[in-house]
Write a protein that binds this ligand. Structure first.
Ligand code: AMP
Length: 178
C-alpha cells in the first residue's frame, strides 16, 4: 500500500534533497535529512506508519537512517526499538546475516543475547527501499532469531528497483513511491 498525493507524501516530496552521483556515479541519492529535521515531517511520517504498523510489538530500525524512523514510530506505537547494526559495530555475541551489494557483500547484526525475540511481532523500518536487499537481510536475521516479521515500513520507495517484489509476500508500507 502506498499513499498518493496526500499531505504526508507532499511533505516528503518537498523535504527530500536530491544528490546526483552519490555515493557512486549514476546513483541519485535521496537525502531525507531535511524531512527528519522538520517537526511536522517527523511527526507526519511516524503517524502515517503507525496506522499501518498497529499490532507490532517491536520496531527494528536499519543502520543508520532507519534508526530515526524506527525510534519515532516505536514511540507512537508504545513499543521498544531494536537497532539492526552494520557489521562490526556491536560487542559479541551477535547474530549476523550477510547480503549482496552491487559490489561485494555487507553484514547486518543484532545482539545474540539480552533480547528475547521468539514470537515477537516485529516491523522492520528503513528510510529508503531500493533493491530490497537490506530489508530482506534484516528479515532473515530477525526470523533466525525467532521473531515474526509482520511488515516492512519505509518513507520512500524507489519502485523501479523492485524491492517490494524481493520482499514479497511480506507487506510493504511506503509513504511515497517514485
Ligand atoms: P537496498 O538494499 O538496495 O534496498 O538499499 C536500501 C538501503 O540503502 C537503505 O538503507 C537506504 O538508506 C540506502 N539507499 C539505497 N539507495 C538509496 C538512494 N538512492 N538514496 C538514499 N538511500 C539509498
Amino acid at each position: 500500500m502506498t499513499a498518493r498525493g496526500g499531505p504526508v507524501e507532499n511533505l516528503i516530496a518537498s523535504l527530500t534533497r536530491e544528490v546526483a552521483d552519490f555515493p557512486t556515479p549514476g546513483t541519485q541519492f535521496k537525502d531525507l535529512t531535511p524531512l527528519f529535521a522538520d517537526a511536522r515531517g517527523l511527526a507526519a511520517v511516524s503517524e502515517a506508519l503507525a496506522d499501518a504498523a498497529a499490532g507490532a510489538d517491536l520496531v527494528a530500525g536499519i543502520d543508520a537512517r532507519g534508526f530515526l524512523v524506527a525510534a519515532a514510530l516505536a514511540t507512537r506505537l508504545g513499543t521498544g526499538v531494536l537497532a539492526v547494526r552494520k557489521g562490526g559495530k556491536l560487542p559479541p555475541p551477535v547474530l549476523a546475516e550477510q547480503y549482496h551489494l552491487e559490489y561485494g557483500t555487507a553484514v547486518l547484526e543484532i545482539p545474540a543475547s539480552g533480547i528475547e525475540l521468539t514470537a515477537r511481532r516485529v516491523v522492520i523500518v528503513d528510510d529508503v527501499l531500493a533493491t530490497g536487499g537490506t530489508l530482506a537481510a534484516a528479515r532473515r536475521l530477525l526470523e533466525h532469531a525467532g521473531a515474526v516479521v509482520t511488515m516492512a515500513a519505509v518513507v520512500l520507495e524507489l519502485a523501479e528497483l523492485g524491492g517490494r517484489g524481493l520482499l514479497a509476500p511480506l507487506p510493504v508500507r511506503s509513504l511515497r513511491s517514485i
